[in-house]
Design a binder for this molecule. Structure first.
Ligand code: TYD
Length: 220
C-alpha cells in the first residue's frame, strides 16, 4: 500500500491537535498503519531543537535554520521510512508552518525558506519542485486570530509564539492563506465551529478526496 503523508496546520489556538486521536482511529479503522509525529520534533535531536526554538529568543534566520535542521533529521529518520512502509504519517505541522510563522509572521525572506525547503525535502541537494517531499494532503484549520487568542487565553503557560500579540497571528494566518492559494493539497476546515462539527468537516473533506471510505464519528 502506498504511504500517505498528511499534515495538520493552523495558527495557535485553532484546535488542530485535538483531532489527531480521532484521525489515527479513522485510518486504523481502514486497516492502515499510522505513524503519529509532530514538528518541530519527532526525533530525539529534533525534540532538543524544538525546546530551543520554542523557548529561546533568536533572529529569524537562526530560527529558520534550526527548524529546517530539525526537519531534516525528522524526514530522514521517521517520515521517509514510514512512507516507504506504506504508513499513514499524521504530522502535526510541517513546512507550511515555517512559511507562515518564520516567513509571514516574523517577516523572513520566503525565497531563503524555499531554498532551505529544496535542500531539506529534496534529498539533501537543491532539487526542482517535482522532486520535493511534500505532504499529500494538508488539513488547514482556519480560524480568525481574535477567536484563537480567546481560546488560548488562560489555557496554559504560553510558549514563545503563543505569547505573541494578535497582530502576529494575523500575519501568520495570511501566510497560511497565501500558501494554500498556490496548491490543491490544502483542505480548508472552518475551525470556528464546535469540535464535533469541525471533526465532521475533517471526515467529509478526507472522504471527498477518496482518502477514507468510511466515517467513524468522533473517536474521543
Ligand atoms: P504547536 O504545534 O502548536 O504545538 P503545541 O500544541 O504543543 O503548542 O507548537 C509549535 C509551535 O512552533 C507553534 O507556535 C508554531 C511554531 N512553529 C514554527 O514557528 N515554525 C515551524 O516550522 C513549525 C513546524 C512550528
Amino acid at each position: 500500500m502506498k504511504g500517505l503523508f498528511l499534515t495538520l496546520e493552523g495558527i495557535d489556538g485553532a484546535g488542530k491537535s485535538s483531532h489527531i486521536d480521532a484521525l489515527e482511529a479513522l485510518f486504523k479503522a481502514e486497516g492502515r498503519q499510522v505513524t503519529r509525529t509532530r514538528e518541530p520534533g519527532g526525533t530525539p535531536i529534533a525534540e532538543i531543537l524544538r525546546t530551543m526554538i520554542l523557548e529561546q529568543p533568536m533572529d529569524p534566520l537562526t530560527e529558520s535554520l534550526l527548524v529546517f535542521a530539525a526537519r531534516r533529521d525528522h524526514v530522514v529518520r521517521v517520515i521517509e521510512p514510514a512512507l516507504a512502509r506504506g504508513d499513514v504519517v499524521l504530522c502535526d505541522r510541517f513546512t507550511d508552518a515555517t512559511f507562515a510563522y518564520q516567513g509571514a509572521g516574523r517577516g523572513f525572506d520566503p525565497a531563503v525558506l524555499s531554498m532551505l525547503e529544496q535542500w531539506v525535502q529534496g534529498g539533501g541537494r537543491s532539487a526542482g519542485p517535482e522532486a520535493l517531499l511534500q505532504p499529500d494532503v494538508t488539513l488547514w484549520f482556519d480560524l480568525a486570530p481574535e477567536l484563537a487568542a480567546e481560546r488560548l487565553a488562560g489555557a496554559r503557560l504560553p510558549d514563545k509564539f503563543e505569547s505573541q500579540p494578535v497582530e502576529f497571528f494575523r500575519q501568520v494566518a495570511a501566510g497560511y492563506a497565501q500558501r494554500a492559494a498556490g496548491t490543491s493539497r490544502f483542505l480548508r476546515i472552518d475551525a470556528s465551529q464546535s469540535r464535533d462539527q469541525v471533526w465532521q468537516q475533517v471526515e467529509a473533506a478526507l472522504a471527498g478526496r477518496g482518502l477514507v471510505a468510511s466515517r467513524i464519528g468522533r473517536a474521543s
